[in-house]
Ligand binder design. Structure first.
Ligand SMILES: [Zn+2]
Ligand SMILES: [Zn+2]
Length: 154
């Protein structure tokens, strides 16, 4: 018996379902997540690729390269712009799909948080209870400095 959860974007055109427990659920306070969401943190709920099924709602794909030299590829609803899912080209996240943690249908926050990462840029009003907490991330290996994104400016 594997539990199933569903969710999707704001307008309802992109929908997904997930099977079982996530591989990992993390709150991320990094600047990329802050800029991407326009708010204090991102919530990444990772599943193995074969545990997530998407409908055929049209998505726009956006990508950027991070300080680790990995490529983050975001899928956003082509109609309403909600970021629904992503993939990151890091060995540690190989064959995993990240689901945006706020997009599950209610009860939205059914999963347990495993960790919070990049607390170095955490908003001081955030009070998150999580078993593990990291200044950066255990899988973070910067190969270049991305001061433009991380400190403001271009
Ligand atoms: Zn939408
Ligand atoms: Zn992040």
């Amino acid at each position: 018996m594997s539990e199933k959860h569903e969710g999707g974007c704001f307008c309802g055109s992109v929908r997904y379902s997930t099977m079982g427990q996530p591989f990992r659920a993390a709150v991320c306070h990094c600047r990329y997540c802050q800029l991407r969401t326009g708010t204090a943190f991102g919530i990444s709920v990772y599943f193995k690729e074969n545990k997530v099924i998407f409908n055929d709602g049209a998505c726009h794909i956006f990508s950027y390269e991070t300080e680790s030299g990995s490529k983050a590829t975001l899928s956003r609803c082509a109609n309403c712009g909600t970021t629904v899912s992503w993939r990151i080209s890091l060995d540690a996240l190989n064959n995993l799909v990240g689901i945006a943690g706020g997009t599950f249908d209610p009860p939205t926050f059914w999963y347990e948080l495993d960790r919070e990462v990049f607390t170095r840029s955490k908003a001081n009003f955030c009070q998150i209870k999580s078993p593990e907490s990291f200044e950066e991330s255990p899988i973070y290996k910067p190969v270049k400095r991305d001061d433009g994104h991380l400190k403001g400016g271009v």
